[in-house]
Design a protein around this ligand. Structure first.
Ligand code: ARG
Ligand code: ZN
Length: 847
């Protein structure tokens, strides 16, 4: 049964206050809840409290009965106090929703609908309550007791127990509830807000992990300062705590005053984490912190509005990371992710609008569309309004809706009201799924000294949306002189809001080159007509770093797609552009590192009529080999340069990126000859970026060094869970004939378990993303993935459901593969006891 956006109704009952008394026990925790409830509006409907996997012990406050898993309480007056007592079993909670155990720590995850696995409650985001929580338990096992807000009292109990009471002064929806009990140690620091409030900061981890928390703490303080400066948002409690746990379904969770994190987004040092991991820690710490305003103070009315908080908060964390490092490289990374994760979603069977219209299981909608395309919508509004009016819009939004549960529409209206700019048409971006496609053709009239840009746009059909309206697409555009390499006139913002348009540029005295969608100002596909030599020229001279990157990538893609389609292609322009980039004095190393990575096999596939994984692999390896051989000298130099691991400046990170990217190309050109060099980089590394980089390359080589390095890596890091995840993942991404066999064998490894989401994803998820290996003919990879999905589903449906999309892409493949993929989806659907999560994704993938 689907939940529909149009069926929204305000809650019948409000719950202004919640008091919880939790007696902690890993086998059987008892939760007593006291809810103050108030009738909302003129109706005579009973109070309905959601519950999931609760053992009901007691109810008082009204006549009650169960309707399925819902507790229905008949209440006479307009307000009442309802008390319930339930028992729950944290140790048996393998779904990791509600209260569960992770390595002996008890913790919670409530978003979206996990609070109902702790106690009976309306458990919807538009019911906001003040919480008071009493936790008690064994002091030896749970020396630390944390919950939202401030600790108000604590004391010793009988038989080696103790207790603590926490109170959160801010009314909040139940999905932001959190508590933690365990043997944890804090990294303590503090931050003084702009208005002088002193905030105690704590990052709580197991004692051995304390040395790995420094970077997260620095990131937190930087994020707090940034939000004050960029958005005028101050923190509002006296404490801010972060807890890291090893078992977590997603990245992290913004619970009020008590963020709970997947440990991979907290723990990092240069010995065990790559530069990318370290940047991800900063990004996620900032993301969860920013939610305090974009999510907590102003929250979502219902789950269809999820992008209200997620799209906006992703945009905020992206901007933060751009400001902390290289803005251009951050944009390139974000667009790469959008194209890798969101574009395929938008063109496949699970396509949905940024604000969906229906769902069976809301957890399936924590998607790249809601998060990352959602962030692009906010970015486009900022582009259209300009930075000052955008800031006026966010100020108005926060001021107008503080303490409320609101909608995406409310956000757009605040932008309109503050700026005076009409965004009526822009709202289509929230409604229509699918990635718009634009064609562009530029014509020069030398005599009239003008150029005319002819544009068309189409928005493809998606499930339940067969026809689309044209949308407003903000296109940052410039013309560049083909001879001078200089910009003609100034960059302009074209808003293409029709199916077709023509734009004229004046004062065009030399043949112009088109630089369009600069900075990726709209999240769309642009097909620009290019004359011979144009992309090469743009790759050398475009002043917009993103556009320059695009030109190089497009040059590569043309050769790669041509090659995959069996055409005779000339690699020389690509080699020349790569040489220019590599040896340029004007470009920084981080940009070079990004620009020299060839489009992934998946991305090449997305641009083909049908995906042919073997042909794509051959074309890409062929081009990489040609580059590796032709540029061996330049690449060797970049590989030797590098930077010391202790240096985390953007340039040093760039040098390391360039080092491994160069090694990869050298290995493509001369696999046998490069294996010792890769092993040498591995051995000499004083940081994980260089070491993992080398191991990732060795992984695809048939050389003795391969096994030596993997054995060494395991012995070195076998006690570090997060690094062991890497050890699994790096074997699953190998471009080798044996990859499936290796992965299968690794599922039997003593350290492998499907119960830990990071571990399951490191092997199974990484394999399913290895296009060539996963799609080896015969379909064994498909059968393996389906087996794993079913096995994981019995443990943790959320994790299982996220593995469906690789099979759901079957329409993109030729019939031999497509029918095998379909067959596995059908087998999954027939399995007994399938979760709602997997059912929704598999059935939609077949529809
Ligand atoms: N709100 C969390 C974030 O910061 C993610 C929560 C994911 N929960 C879920 N049920 N999908 O993005
Ligand atoms: Zn979020």
């Amino acid at each position: 049964v689907a939940v529909l956006r149009k069926d929204y109704r305000p809650p019948d009952w409000l719950v202004p206050e919640v008091a919880l008394d939790v007696v902690l026990d890993p086998e059987r925790t008892v939760v007593r809840a006291t809810l103050k409830v108030e009738r909302n509006g003129d109706h005579d409907r009973p109070l309905r409290l959601a519950g999931d996997d609760l053992e009901l012990l007691k109810v008082s406050g009204g006549e009650w009965h169960m309707d399925g898993t819902t507790l229905v309480v008949a209440i006479g007056g307009d307000s009442a106090t309802v008390e319930t007592e339930v028992a729950i079993a944290p140790n048996a909670n393998s779904k990791l929703m509600g209260l569960y155990a992770s390595g002996g720590i008890l913790c919670t995850q409530c978003e979206s609908e996990g609070f109902r696995r702790i106690t009976f409650h309306p458990d919807r985001p538009d019911v906001l309550s003040r919480y008071r929580v009493r936790m008690s338990g064994d002091k030896g096992r749970y020396p630390v007791l944390l919950a939202n807000g401030n600790e108000v009292t604590k004391g010793e109990g009988e038989g080696g127990t103790h207790w603590a009471e926490w109170e959160d002064p801010f009314p909040k929806p139940s999905y932001l509830f959190a508590m933690v009990a365990g043997d944890l140690q804090p990294n303590r620091d503090h931050f003084t807000t702009a208005s002088g409030r002193k905030v105690d900061l704590g990052i709580w981890v197991r004692e051995k992990d304390l040395p790995k928390t420094a970077h997260a703490m620095e990131s937190l303080k930087a994020a707090m300062a940034w939000d004050e400066k960029q958005y005028g948002r101050e923190y509002d409690l006296d404490v801010f705590n972060i807890v890291a746990v090893d078992d977590f379904n997603f990245g992290a969770m913004e619970n009020k005053g008590l963020n709970i994190f997947n440990s991979r987004y907290v723990l990092a040092d240069t010995e065990t984490a790559t530069d990318a991991d370290i940047d991800a820690v900063a990004g996620v710490v900032a993301h969860e912190y920013f939610h305090n305003w974009s999510g907590n103070r102003v929250t979502c009315r219902d789950w269809f509005q999820l992008s209200l908080k997620e799209g906006f908060t992703v945009f905020r964390d992206q901007s933060f990371s751009g400001d902390m490092g290289s803005e251009a490289v951050k944009r390139i990374d974000d667009v790469r992710l959008l194209r890798a994760a969101q574009f395929p979603e938008d063109s496949g069977p699970l396509a949905h609008p940024v604000r969906p219209d229906s769902y069976m299981e809301i957890t399936n909608f924590y998607t790249a569309t809601v998060y990352n395309k959602g962030a692009e919508l906010i970015r486009m509004m900022k582009t259209i309004l300009g930075p000052e009016k955008f800031r006026a819009g966010t100020d108005l939004y926060f001021q107008r809706h503080d303490g409320q549960a609101v909608t995406c529409e409310d956000f757009v209206r605040a932008m309109e009201d503050a700026s005076g700019i009409d965004l009526k048409h822009f709202r289509l971006w929230y409604e229509q799924a699918g990635t718009p496609k634009v064609t562009a053709k530029l014509e020069h009239d030398a005599e009239a000294r003008t150029a005319t840009l002819a544009l068309t746009q189409t928005v493809p059909p998606t499930p339940e949306q067969p026809t689309k309206m044209p949308m407003p697409l903000p296109l940052q555009t410039a013309l560049i002189g083909a001879n001078s390499g200089a910009e003609i006139g100034t960059e302009r913002l074209i808003i293409l809001d029709k199916s077709e348009d023509r734009i004229t540029f004046d004062g065009v005295d030399e043949p112009p080159l088109l630089s369009i969608n600069r900075g990726f100002s709209a999240p769309i596909i642009v097909e620009a007509e290019r004359r011979p030599g144009e992309l090469e020229r743009l790759a050398q001279s475009d002043g917009d770093p993103f556009a320059r990157y695009e030109a190089i990538q497009e040059l590569m893609l043309r050769v790669l797609i041509g090659g995959a389609n069996g055409e005779a292609v000339d690699p020389d322009p690509v080699i020349a552009a790569m040489r220019d980039t590599l040896t340029s004095n004007a470009l920084d190393p981080a940009f070079k590192g990004e620009a020299l990575v060839m489009p992934s096999e998946a991305l090449i596939g997305d641009r083909m009529e049908k995906v042919d994984p073997d042909a794509i692999h051959a074309a890409r390896e062929g081009l990489r080999a040609a580059v590796g051989r032709s540029l061996a000298r330049e690449l060797g130099e970049a590989q030797r340069a590098g930077a010391p691991g202790s240096d985390l400046s953007p340039d040093a990170k760039g040098m390391r990126r360039l080092k491994t990217v160069s090694l990869a190309l050298l290995a493509a050109g001369d696999p046998a000859g490069t294996a010792p060099l890769a092993k040498a980089q591995y051995d000499a590394a004083d940081n994980m970026t260089d070491r993992q980089g080398a191991l990732g390359i060795l992984s695809s080589l048939d050389a003795a060094e391969r096994q030596q390095a993997f054995d060494d890596f395991y012995l070195r890091y076998r006690d570090d869970t997060l690094v062991v995840d890497k050890w699994f993942a790096l074997q699953a991404v190998a471009q080798r004939d044996e990859t499936l066999a290796t992965v299968r064998a690794l599922t039997e490894h003593a350290d492998f378990t499907l119960a830990n989401p990071n571990r399951a994803r490191s092997l199974i998820g990484a394999f399913a993303g290895n296009q060539w290996a996963f799609h080896r003919s015969g379909g064994e990879g498909y059968a393996f993935l389906a087996d794993m999905i079913l096995a994981i589903d019995a443990i943790n449906p959320q994790v299982a459901a996220r593995l469906i999309p690789p099979l759901g892409r079957w329409r993109r493949f030729h019939e031999d593969r497509a029918s095998l993929m379909r067959g596995e989806l059908e087998r999954i659907l027939k399995a007994p006891g399938l979760s709602k999560d997997v059912y929704e994704q598999a059935s939609k993938s077949l529809a």
